[in-house]
Design a protein around this ligand. Structure first.
Ligand code: NAD
Length: 295
């Protein structure tokens, strides 16, 4: 039968995207949030995406009605007891994730696969709060932002993850119409280990006035065929997130290329976190990038 029922813990940016894709793939989806307001906000984001799809002619009313029926919200971990796959997508804090996995250990079916969408923590750090029989069913499932648009998922194996679990996760990812790559449980996995030093280097170039913010971005966009330049992408990811991920990678590898530049720290300290706060390397008008701001 494979994975038919999926539970997602956290319906923020990533959790709502994962829930949307899973419901569209015909799976039965439960999302669990921390309170009623956050649950309504998370579900509202998904329903609004489906409304937009109908308005743009990308989906029919009948299709979205089916998707809406596949999606249910809850505040209770107990409602996740019958799920085949549980994906945690709560904030990037080990203490919170350990609390969540303690609850999942209590309620999840003995055969359920337990996954985290962490971008920077080691998946195996969650093992201590799980019963030993669960460890072969523990893995990472690292989606990319925005989930509905990004076709890659990194499947992370710990030393205890079983081949069966990896196979079931690959099939699940394919069912969502995405491509899985297998990555070890090492900081940054594949993509962030390669991407983050590049983004930090672009910030160092801006800091050293090698070129303007716009010219650095245009150079990499038109010269290398990237869909967006590195400073634009950093604003999109969030500069606070960039700083956290850089710190985790620098702690792990100790290499200067992973060190957060002082320009990044200054922007974060000034509350210029990128798109989400309306300013970073650029000024933002909602989703729309405007002019570069003085550094
Ligand atoms: P977010 O802050 O947008 O969403 C997190 C949600 O979890 C919030 O809605 C919060 O209310 C909810 N939550 C907190 N505690 C909860 C609990 N006990 N039960 C249920 N819900 C709870 O964060 P996000 O950007 O979606 O990130 C989630 C995870 O995904 C993080 O581990 C992050 O590192 C990872 N990730 C993020 C990105 C990205 O670009 N944002 C990309 C890949 C992976």
């Amino acid at each position: 039968m494979g994975i038919q029922r999926i539970g997602i813990i956290g319906c923020g940016l990533m959790g709502s995207g994962i829930a949307q894709c899973a419901a569209e793939a015909g799976l039965s989806v439960w999302v669990k949030e921390a309170d009623d307001t956050l649950l309504a906000k998370g579900l509202g984001r998904i329903h609004a995406a489906w409304d937009r799809a109908v308005a743009k002619g990308k989906a029919t009313e009948a299709q979205t009605q089916g998707w809406r029926q596949n999606l249910q919200g809850t505040l209770a971990f107990a409602d996740l007891a019958t799920c085949d796959l549980l994906v945690e997508a709560i904030p990037e804090r080990l203490d919170l994730k350990l609390q969540t996995f303690t609850e999942l250990d209590r309620v999840a079916s003995p055969t359920a696969i337990l996954c985290t969408n962490t971008s920077s923590l080691a998946v195996a750090q969650l093992s201590p709060v799980l019963a030993p029989h669960r460890l072969p069913r523990l893995a990472g499932l690292h989606f990319f932002n925005p989930v509905p648009a990004m076709p890659l998922v990194e499947v992370i194996r710990t030393l205890a993850t079983s081949e069966d679990t990896l196979g079931e996760l690959r099939t699940f990812v394919e069912k969502l119409g995405k491509t899985a790559v297998m990555a070890p449980d090492a900081p940054g996995f594949i993509v962030n280990r390669l991407l983050v030093p590049y983004l930090l280097d672009a910030m160092r170039c801006a800091e050293q006035k090698l070129a303007t913010v716009e010219d650095i971005d245009t150079g990499m966009k038109l010269g290398c065929g990237h869909p967006m330049g590195p400073l634009h992408l950093s604003d999109f990811i969030g500069l606070d997130t960039m700083q956290c991920v850089a710190e985790v990678l620098f702690d792990a590898f100790g290499e200067p290329r992973f060190k957060a530049p002082s320009l990044l720290r200054q922007l974060v300290a000034a509350g210029r976190l990128g798109r989400k706060t309306g300013s970073g390397f650029y000024r933002w008008d909602g989703e729309k990038r405007q002019e570069a701001l003085p550094l």
